[in-house]
Write a protein that binds this ligand. Structure first.
Ligand code: NDP
Length: 452
């Protein structure tokens, strides 16, 4: 049977674009791709990229204070949100253009429409056109989910934060995950009176507890108010602010409420259930180790599968999919030992297991040190740094590496290479320190602080 395309990709985010490009350029496949919104997806348009640029913008307030403490004479003015926002929009337009161009150059035919799956090998665009494809790839990502309480229509999510007309004076951020904690740091740095409410006992649940404690303390020292074991119960709009009630029946007023309460896979309304494609309870498309769904002609990658929701992981899933489906080389994406960074202030870089998860797995040794780094100790800044290695007693391998420090994201990328290669604590010890740095502590910690 002949098809219009060898591959039709639904979703033009990082994963979908990479898979489409590589299938077309490396495997010579005839590829179509539909995107209903902007090319680049969450990461480029409403996630990692604009977020990181906002992180950069927000760190200058502290940098200026620190420069003055070092002896610089600086006259600081305010932060001009609208000037930054126009520049940001220009950069995102440029990046979207780059994505479109990459697809065009690879020979991928793009359609700026929503697409649904109407048969095992058929997609339908919102304008009614239908195409057949030997393989369909779902790469539709995820979308912020809001809590089910009265008044959430008054709250924004991370999707809207980049488009505000003006920064609020006082914001409530609900949630304690990546997005909540990162935006708390950003907005606080930009001069917004920032309050975070989290329903659990400590933010960034699931990460190494000691690291989370250092991060939360650092966030508070920078001026963020964090209320744990507190959740949003109701939002009411008044003339010039939002009245919120928490789960302890306390009331407070904010200029803006942002919910960062998780993300839902974008699997709804695509026609998947009708075709018998299995979804899990959270709506994620269920796939096998090779990203194949329960319908053999349909694959899925990235956040819509809710495996590890990170851009570089989606990209790798896309490349592994092309190997499997177009290069006769079945390749499961490798989801083990993925380094990542949370761009909180202070920043967190992590790979492998938390101390808690490692201890549940096997007997461990923990090497950890917290200290005031040279650059901020000099100016009596309270900032504390954490360097931590979780080591298997049996194999001596590093099971987890956790860094809370400025530049932790950059450091963990490097440390991650060694950890992924299976480095032992003794391998780390054999490396000479780079002095004076913060990360030299990773190779100079002699005795475990905890065992067992
Ligand atoms: P997370 O899953 O990280 O965090 C969601 C937070 O919202 C948790 O603290 C959760 O609490 C809380 N929550 C969930 N439901 C409710 C509710 N009904 N009421 C109140 N609180 C609630 O999601 P994010 O939205 O922060 O991020 C989504 C994903 O995006 C991340 O998992 C990550 O994969 C990715 N991401 C990665 C980044 C990076 O690599 N730097 C940056 C941003 C996002 P609880 O802990 O109790 O469940």
């Amino acid at each position: 049977m002949s098809f219009d395309f060898d591959l039709f990709v639904i979703g033009g985010g990082s994963g979908g674009v990479r898979a489409a490009r590589v299938a077309a350029s490396d495997a010579g496949a005839k590829v179509g791709l539909a995107e209903e919104s902007r090319y680049g997806g969450t990461c480029v348009i409403r996630g990692c990229v604009p977020k990181k640029l906002m992180v950069f913008a927000s760190t200058y307030s502290l940098a200026m204070d620190q420069a003055m403490a070092y002896g610089w004479d600086i006259k600081t003015g305010g932060f001009h949100w609208s000037a930054f926002r126009s520049k940001l929009e220009g950069e995102l337009d440029r990046l979207e253009g780059v994505y479109r161009n990459l697809l065009k150059k690879s020979g991928v035919k793009t359609y700026d429409f929503r697409a649904t799956v109407v048969g095992p090998n058929t997609v339908r665009l919102a304008d009614g056109r239908e195409f057949t494809a030997k393989i369909i790839l779902l790469a539709t990502g995820g979308w912020p989910s809001l809590p089910n309480i009265p008044g959430t229509e008054h709250a924004i999510t991370s999707n809207e934060i980049f488009h505000l007309d003006a920064l609020p004076k006082r914001i409530l951020i609900v949630g304690g995950g990546y997005i909540a904690c990162e935006f708390a740091g950003i907005l606080n740095g930009l001069g917004v009176d920032t309050h975070l409410w989290y329903r659990g006992t400590q933010v960034l649940r699931g990460f190494d507890v000691e690291a989370c404690d250092v991060i939360a303390k650092g966030m508070q020292e920078r001026g963020i108010s964090i209320l744990t074991e507190t959740n949003l119960a109701k939002i009411e709009k008044s003339s010039d602010s939002f009245k919120v009630t928490d789960t302890h029946a306390r009331e407070a007023s904010f200029d803006l409420v942002m919910c960062a309460t998780g993300r839902t896979p974008n699997s709804g309304g695509l026609g998947l259930e009708k075709l018998g494609i299995t979804l899990d309870r959270a709506g994620a498309v269920k796939v096998d180790a090779y990203s194949k769904t329960s319908l053999p002609s349909v694959y899925a990658i990235g956040d819509v599968t809710n495996r590890i929701n990170l851009t570089p992981v989606a990209i790798r899933e896309g490349m592994a999919f092309v190997e499997t489906a177009f290069k006769d080389n079945p390749t499961p994406p490798d989801h083990s030992l993925i380094p990542s960074a949370v761009f909180t202030q202070p920043e967190y870089g992590t790979i492998g297991l938390s101390e808690e998860d490692a201890r549940n797995q096997e007997p461990i040794e923990v090497y950890a040190t917290t200290f005031k780094p040279m650059n901020t100790a000099f100016i009596a800044d309270p900032q504390i740094v954490l360097m931590k290695l979780v080591v298997s007693q049996a194999t001596r391998k590093i099971l987890g590496c956790h860094i809370v420090a400025d530049g932790a994201g950059e450091m963990i990328q490097m440390a991650g290479i060694a950890v992924k290669m299976g480095a032992t604590k003794e391998d780390f010890d054999r490396v000479c320190a780079v002095h004076p740095t913060m990360s030299e502590e990773l190779v100079t910690m002699k005795s475990p602080v905890r065992k067992g």
